[in-house]
Design a protein around this ligand. Structure first.
Ligand code: BES
Ligand code: ZN
Ligand code: ZN
Length: 467
């Protein structure tokens, strides 16, 4: 993380100026003002590379939050290898939006490079004009570092991050952030009869984990918790229904993107003292073929007693999530939300720049999520959730089957999960957890998708209850 320092009149050689009027800027020479004024209305971004550093001018006229974030990304690209830089902007909200994009762009995952010092961005310190009296910069920093953490978890290969390690990492963050994390090991998972999680784990050499996170502030707006369930498949080979090569398995280390999203969301809610009572549930294992692996045709009894015919072992996400969602019921939650890299169908339907969501929660929750998506640009697009799709997951020999028909696989997967939720429910299929191509401040690789979205969703929930 870049060191951020507020200062009334910072002076460094490289400067970033965000303004809608060049003439009002104190930090430019008359000559520079003339230069920037020439094309000011046509260009969002102009710069001069001087021997002593960069002078960058961002035109903030009529810019919305997302445009400023993207400009933050573009400016970051220009100054990432300057060691110190100053940011001048009179408008607090614009500063924060710009910084959000700027800081998200500074993320790198260099752990496995031997020459990481060379690759590392050189920017160490950013002076920001103004004051941080309201603490909004610290809050933003906590959001950013939580997104970084989610990205790290997703970028880590299974050779490092197996189910045990994922649980440990969450536990460690809980200790630092002063919220409760409890890890159920295999014996406890067996005694609870979490049949879905245990079935998927049968082919694995590593035992499963089930991590329970609890953040319960005294001033919470809700008596009944919000339960956040995250898919923690640390690697998905498909199991006996092996994924075909080439390519389809290469990035399946990212199949715990939902777990990373939910853990990081609770982490930032706690760090920023957002008054909401939330519980996180993370069922985790890898999904592999093995001598004892669960097989197509198996019938599995889930945590809540529902029987499921397994017709494809690659539809493992819904098996582990179903147990966690059923377990969520015991907290009498106000709302259950899950996030999961659940289906290729979602990716095919909408691509990788948005997640898909659906649910049976009252409209006020659904539209609040859409508003949070608009505001953060951490996007979700709503899909229908009609009961007609339930037909497709009926089995001939058990209560449900884990495979739907040939179409709308993201919806039948959602309907499967809904069966286990006895309380208002929302499902997020995180098709945007990982990018193979750079998409501005979202980076290339793990995006941390869903963290800013859910954080804002809960902030909005608090605002709504308070008014
Ligand atoms: N983890 C995958 C879904 C996935 C694939 C997410 C590619 C992101 C990118 C999931 O476990 C899976 O394999 N789903 C199957 C389900 C099918 C067998 C019903 C799929 O979508 O093909
Ligand atoms: Zn799968
Ligand atoms: Zn999967």
């Amino acid at each position: 993380m870049i060191k951020l320092v507020y200062s009334r009149s910072p002076r460094t050689d490289s400067k970033i100026i965000i303004t809608d009027n060049i003439d009002k800027v104190r930090y430019l020479t008359e000559e520079q003002k003339l230069f920037f004024n020439k094309d000011f209305s046509e260009k969002d971004l102009q710069y001069l590379r001087l021997p002593e550093g960069m002078v960058i001018v961002v035109n903030s006229t009529k810019k919305n939050a997302e445009e400023l974030r993207v400009l933050g990304f573009k400016v970051h690209d220009l100054v990432k290898n300057e060691s110190i830089c100053s940011l001048f902007c009179k408008n607090k909200e614009q500063t924060l939006n710009f910084l959000e994009g700027f800081l998200l762009s500074n993320y790198q995952f260099l752990k496995y490079f031997t020459d990481k010092e060379e690759k590392e961005f050189k920017l160490e310190k950013l002076y920001i004009s103004g004051t941080n009296a309201d603490g909004s910069l610290d809050k933003l920093k906590n959001v950013i570092t939580s997104v970084y953490w989610a990205r790290d978890l997703v970028n880590e290969p299974v050779s490092y991050l197996d189910a045990i390690k994922l649980a440990e990492e969450i536990q460690e963050k809980g200790k630092k952030g002063n919220y409760n994390v409890e890890v159920f090991k295999e014996a406890k998972i067996k005694s609870l009869k979490m049949g879905g999680l245990l079935a998927v784990n049968q082919g694995s050499e590593t035992p499963p984990t089930f991590t329970k996170i609890e953040y319960k502030p005294e001033n919470a707006i809700n008596k009944k918790p919000y339960v956040l369930v995250g898919k923690g498949i640390v690697y998905d080979t498909g199991g006996l229904s092996l994924k075909p090569t080439p390519n389809s398995m290469d990035f399946m280390k990212t199949d715990m993107g939902g777990a990373a999203c939910m853990a990081a969301t609770i982490n930032v809610l706690a760090k920023n003292n957002v008054p909401v009572y939330v519980i996180g549930l993370i069922p985790s294992t890898d999904n592999r073929p093995g001598k004892n692996a669960y097989a197509p045709g198996d019938v599995v009894t889930m945590y809540d007693g529902t029987t499921v015919e397994v017709l494809n072992t690659d539809a493992e996400g819904r098996m582990v999530l179903a147990d966690a969602i059923a377990y969520a019921n015991k907290f009498e939650p106000e709302l259950i939300i899950d996030a999961a890299t659940l289906t290729g169908a979602a990716v095919r339907a909408v691509g990788v720049k948005t997640a898909v969501f659906m649910g049976n929660a009252p409209e006020e929750y659904m539209s609040l999520m859409e508003k949070a998506s608009e505001e953060t640009h951490d996007r979700v697009v709503r899909f229908p959730f009609w009961d007609e799709w339930k037909e497709e997951i009926k089995s001939d020999i058990a209560d449900l089957k884990n495979l739907g028909g040939p179409y709308a696989g993201m919806i039948t997967a959602g309907k499967f999960l809904e069966h286990f939720a006895k309380h208002p429910y929302m499902h997020i299929d995180l098709s945007d957890a990982y990018l193979h191509q750079l998409v501005n401040y979202n980076g290339k690789g793990a995006t941390g998708a869903g963290v800013r979205l859910l954080y804002r969703f809960f902030e909005k929930q608090v605002e709504k209850r308070r008014n």
